[in-house]
Design a protein around this ligand. Sequence first.
Ligand SMILES: *[C@@H]1O[C@H](CO)[C@@H](O)[C@H](O)[C@H]1NC(C)=O
Length: 153
Amino acid sequence: MHFSTLALTATAALTPLVHAVGNAIVHNNCAQPIYVWSVGSAVGPENTVNPGAEYSELFHSDPSSGGIAIKITRTENGLYDGSAQTDFAYSLDGNNIWYDLSDVFGDPFSGTSVVVAPSDTSCGTIDWSNGIPPSGSQVKVCESGTNLTLTTC
Ligand SMILES: *[C@@H]1O[C@H](CO)[C@@H](O)[C@H](O)[C@H]1NC(C)=O
């Protein structure tokens, strides 16, 4: 953590046009744990996010897939057993961050809510107040220094 902060500071000092990027944050407001994987061209480890806790990662690109999908299930190992999952996808594109929300294999937060809110409130919020994706595209864009916080329940 300290090393990467130093490396980022050094890089920023050498190349002043590089802006610090924000974070993709998953805040679990449900009463039960949720399970989170960060997926690019490879699948990262399962992260258990307890009630009230957060998972967070700095926006980054995958060298082969480009975009990253943060996959969320309500059951342990859910990514591998066909459980309903919510996918919070982002793509870092220069000074912009594109973001989207979708479900596959069902709607894990049906009857509750899922919201993606940018810290820069001039950018778009994705608000599924009943936990169900509306029809049509959800894709939003913001400057890459914003934090995007997905809150479940
Ligand atoms: C983004 O989140 C990080 C970590 O919580 C925080 O240090 C930083 O100030 C936040 N940035 C913005 C723009 O809210």
